[in-house]
Design a protein around this ligand. Structure first.
Ligand code: ATP
Length: 380
């Protein structure tokens, strides 16, 4: 593992413990196996917070009282070794309020353990569809805070770290919530570091069904816009309370985009919103957020916004920003379009109206196009 850390920063020894300081001052330390064993009550099942594809996560408390979450990677085959190396390497580079940083690790035995701060409100998944779903702790304000914070974390990975980082597994179980419901994007085990000047890479597909961008799922083409796509699905999930893929009676699967499409096209925004909110939401914010989600989940990656545009639009800093307005169709114009279509049903228009006419029809077609192709997702 030495190599995984070598580029992360200098090493210094403090009170008998090794701490590693990254260039941006994030520090972590090496834990002993014994220390983590004691903290987690011998990795007892009672301490288990959850299980992912690569291992289990346990709650623990260190001798100095710090609450931690310890990810114990499954048997150390080369895949798990890689996952561990990538996660620690990536974590060493990042420090942002919306990214779950590294508290430490243990690599001294045949076990590979990663230590994080414990997030008392667990994952977004547990609030949307899991053990907290019945409690409805996610009101509208919190949902927007989670959406914006997660977007800011991803923005940082895409635009502020060098080399850029593509997360590749943005999903509700990888968004953890602190005591204030501030979201922290976690789980960098699949992340890819993208060298400067490289627009995309081809790679083996990792990630989770329902969140995968079509070009990535089908051709392994990975770029930042894969994360943008996954974020769009996550945003729809936050707004609607629906799972990315749901099983209908009879076993047929339906994606969240297939469900949302007809409602969005008809402008029935209120019917999209999670009924658990009992109508308590900000309608303008909802429309804006749905706009963003629609743009993010377009099947053509080059049409998707980047995370800066996403954050600007969600925060209202740039509600109809020039880039967004010229590059992509927003549903904010949908009502105008429908009104226009009702008064004009042929293409023989006044040249003065030409732009609006073409814009209108193109927009509806374009807007539908990605949805029509969402059928792709059934393949995932
Ligand atoms: N720092 C943490 N604080 C609190 N709970 C955590 C923490 N880290 C992980 N968990 C819990 O442990 C569960 C398992 O996490 P893990 O990252 O191993 O897998 P996953 O994201 O659910 O699945 P996959 O490995 O397939 O991506 C999470 O869903 C979450 O509920």
């Amino acid at each position: 593992m030495g190599s995984a850390f070598s580029c992360c920063g200098s090493e210094k020894v403090e009170e008998g413990l090794t701490t590693i300081t990254t260039p941006n001052n994030a520090t972590w330390r090496i834990f002993t196996y014994k220390e983590l064993h004691t903290a987690t009550n011998g990795f007892s099942d009672d301490n288990k917070l959850g299980e992912g594809g690569f291992g289990s996560v346990y709650w623990g408390r260190t001798s100095d009282g710090l609450q931690i979450a310890v990810k114990k990677l499954k048997a150390m085959n080369s895949k798990a070794e890689m996952e561990f190396a990538v996660e620690v390497e990536v974590l060493g580079r990042v420090r942002h309020k919306n990214l779950l940083g590294l508290r430490g690790y243990c690599a001294g035995t045949d076990q590979r353990l990663i230590v994080y701060d414990y997030m008392p409100n667990l994952s977004l998944l547990s609030h949307l569809h899991g053990q907290y779903a019945g409690e409805v702790q996610l009101d509208w304000k919190r949902r927007m805070k989670i959406a914006i914070g997660s977007a800011e974390g991803i923005l940082y990975l895409h635009h502020e770290v060098t080399p850029h980082i593509i997360h590749r597994d943005i999903k509700a179980s990888n968004v953890l919530l602190d005591s204030d419901f501030e979201p922290l994007v976690a789980d960098f085990g699949f992340a890819k570091l993208i060298p400067e000047g490289v627009s995309h890479m081809t790679t083996r597909v990792k990630g989770t069904l329902g969140y995968l961008a079509p070009e990535y799922a089908m051709w392994g083409k990975v770029s930042e816009s894969c994360d943008v796509y996954s974020f769009g699905i996550l945003l729809l999930e936050i707004l609607t309370g629906r799972k990315p893929i749901e099983k209908l009676p009879g076993g047929v699967k339906r994606t969240i985009t297939e469900w949302a499409e007809p409602l969005i096209v008809k402008g029935k925004f209120k019917e999209l919103v999670d009924p658990k909110l009992r109508g308590d939401f900000d309608e303008n914010q909802l429309k804006q957020a749905i706009n963003v989600a629609v743009l993010c989940v377009q099947s053509e990656p080059e049409k998707r916004p980047n995370m800066k545009e996403v954050v600007n639009t969600l925060t209202g800093y740039d509600p109809r920003g020039k880039v967004m307005q010229t590059r992509i169709e927003t549903l904010a114009y949908k009502e105008e379009l429908l009104a226009f279509d009702q008064t004009t049903d042929d293409d023989d228009r006044d040249p003065g109206n030409q732009e609006l006419g073409v814009f209108g029809h193109t927009k509806v077609q374009k807007m539908r196009a990605p949805y029509n192709q969402f059928g792709d997702q059934k393949m995932h």
